[in-house]
Design a protein around this ligand. Structure first.
Ligand code: CO
Length: 134
């Protein structure tokens, strides 16, 4: 059911410093910061030949990223995103297998303007998983 690895998301304590490190130390193609108020994050996408890296920084009062950074002050991998062809049928199948979908269970529009859902990390070996319909 799952397709390509769309991105690996890393929560960072300093967005400018992280972007500069990927640009100058790793020589990556680093995008511009985008605010995503619906998700409580500012994101920067880094294009790699085979996937993307999503740098995440808290935006607003109740950002889910702030709690993560409080527990992981140096930053860390926050989630990984897999592509699916049909997010609603993927969701229904996952719920049938006992997985929990976060939030209302209805897809939200993610950072690429496409529908996304998140799956409970306790159901996936401690890893928060995002599904994105492509
Ligand atoms: Co993501």
């Amino acid at each position: 059911m799952i397709g390509r690895l769309n991105h690996v998301a890393i929560a960072v304590p300093d967005l400018d410093a992280a972007a500069e490190q990927y640009r100058s130390a790793l020589g990556a193609n680093v995008g511009a910061p985008q605010d995503e108020p619906d998700h409580g994050v500012t994101v920067i996408f880094i294009e790699l030949p085979n996937t993307k890296i999503e740098l995440l920084y808290p935006l607003g009062e109740s950002s889910p990223i702030q709690g993560f950074l409080d527990k992981n002050p140096a930053g860390g991998i926050h989630h990984i995103c897999y592509e699916v062809d049909d997010i609603l049928s993927a969701r229904d199948h996952l719920i049938e297998t006992g997985a929990r979908v976060l939030g209302t269970g209805e897809p939200k529009i993610g950072a690429h303007g496409k529908p996304v859902l998140f799956l409970h990390p306790k159901d996936f070996n401690g890893c928060l998983i995002e599904l994105e319909q492509v």
